[in-house]
Design a protein around this ligand. Structure first.
Ligand code: PLP
Length: 372
């Protein structure tokens, strides 16, 4: 890792010789897809999250889409979700023709506010898609209870939450179903890729069929028992995933240390609000390091300074309902979700990755203090 050069990237994957070794093994085996490496990866992932079943897929978005298909979401259904997230958590049900209904978030955790969710349930509501934003577990018990009371499906987007804990157990172990993603900025990466954990053997079988063009357990290669997709993960990526899982504890620990160092370095800078701390029920898995600044103007001042200094950043996250395609399709406007919109105008992602070193973090802290 060359951090002595001037630039500090926003993100950087943590891969090494073990990844090369396992990928090379698969390449030499000739089993590049639908091979044994996928099954092994799924078993290891299920064990790591405490979920009984896991089905690997080509991306987090693909996994979310498959859970929406599995939930029977159809055209005209309403799905309640969070605006303060990555677009995929809303897109996944729009693919099936459902309409997004955005409930506002809690100003501190930035996760769905259960009371706001329940207030939006109607006759047409079919599901809730909750997100563990920035790796902070959502209010799972309250949200699942709302889903149960109203007979709704519940999908947990844990694409940023691998390694997080809710009420003392890892995200993925509570059920019903969760999705994790492996793009290179996530805690672990397969380049592109994702996985769905489920507590239902029946759903697991359905997911394996759906990702594989709707093929059945029996029957030949050219027999399709349902409308499916090509959402398969290949064995090369699964090998990368196995090597990454082998060092999951190390990765999570290093990321915790990086976050703790930022906490120390930024604590006394006026105008910087740090990520919401853990409590007994919520243990964050560090995906990104996002701070809240006093205003949009202050954020632009910081960004201008970061650009001069070669420091990576992102205006993370814009509210989904105000994205151009959302405004155009559904007519959403400012004011629909004030808490999310306020956060979107002031939150800033700082450089954050597993091998980020203290001197780089000191430079980031200095730049922040100077700009503010
Ligand atoms: C990364 C991410 C996804 C899925 O991303 P892919 O690039 O499709 O793997 C979905 N939701 C959230 C909140 C994410 O951060």
């Amino acid at each position: 890792m060359k951090q002595e050069t001037r630039g500090i990237p926003l993100s950087s994957p943590y891969v090494g010789e073990r990844e090369e070794e396992l990928v090379l093994e698969v390449l030499r085996s000739g089993r590049l897809s639908l091979g044994p490496t996928i099954d092994r990866f799924e078993e290891l992932f299920a064990a790591a999250t405490g979920a009984p079943y896991a089905a690997a897929v080509s991306s987090g978005t693909a996994g979310l889409h498959l859970l929406c298909v599995s939930a029977g979401i159809e055209a005209g259904d309403e799905v309640i979700t969070t605006p303060y997230s990555f677009a995929a958590s809303a897109n996944c049900f729009i693919y099936e023709g459902a309409v997004p209904v955005f409930a506002d978030v809690d100003p501190q955790t930035l996760n769905l506010d259960p009371a706001a969710v329940e207030a939006l349930v109607t006759e047409r509501t079919k599901a809730i898609v909750a997100v563990d934003i920035f790796g902070y577990p959502c209010e799972l018990d309250e949200l699942r209870a709302i889903a149960q009371r109203h007979g709704l499906a519940f999908v947990q987007d844990s694409c940023e939450g691998l390694g997080a804990e809710y009420k003392g157990a890892p995200v993925g172990s509570h059920g019903p179903s969760a999705v994790f993603a492996f793009y290179p900025n996530k805690q672990i990466t397969t380049g592109e890729g994702g996985i769905v954990t489920t507590h239902s053997e029946e759903e697991w079988r359905l997911l394996r069929s759906l990702r594989n063009q709707g093929r059945g357990d029996e029957g030949g290669w050219l027999e399709h028992v349902r409308l499916g997709f090509n959402y398969r993960l290949d064995d090369v990526r699964a090998a990368l995933g196995i090597a990454q899982l082998e060092k999951l504890d190390e990765i999570l620990c290093l990321r915790r240390e990086v976050a703790a160092r930022y906490g120390e370095l930024l604590r006394d800078i006026d105008g910087v609000e740090l990520p919401f701390p853990d409590d007994a029920d919520h243990v964050r898995s560090w995906f990104v390091y996002v701070v809240k600044l006093p205003s949009r103007q202050a954020r632009e001042r910081v960004i201008a300074h970061f650009e001069r200094e070669g420091i990576g950043f992102n205006r993370y996250l814009p509210s989904i309902h105000l994205q151009p395609y959302m405004r155009k399709r559904y007519g959403f406007r400012e004011g629909l979700c004030p808490v999310s919109e306020d956060a979107s105008s002031r939150t800033l992602a700082l450089p954050f990755f597993t091998a980020l070193e203290r001197d780089a973090q000191e430079r980031v802290a200095e730049a922040l203090a100077t700009a503010l």
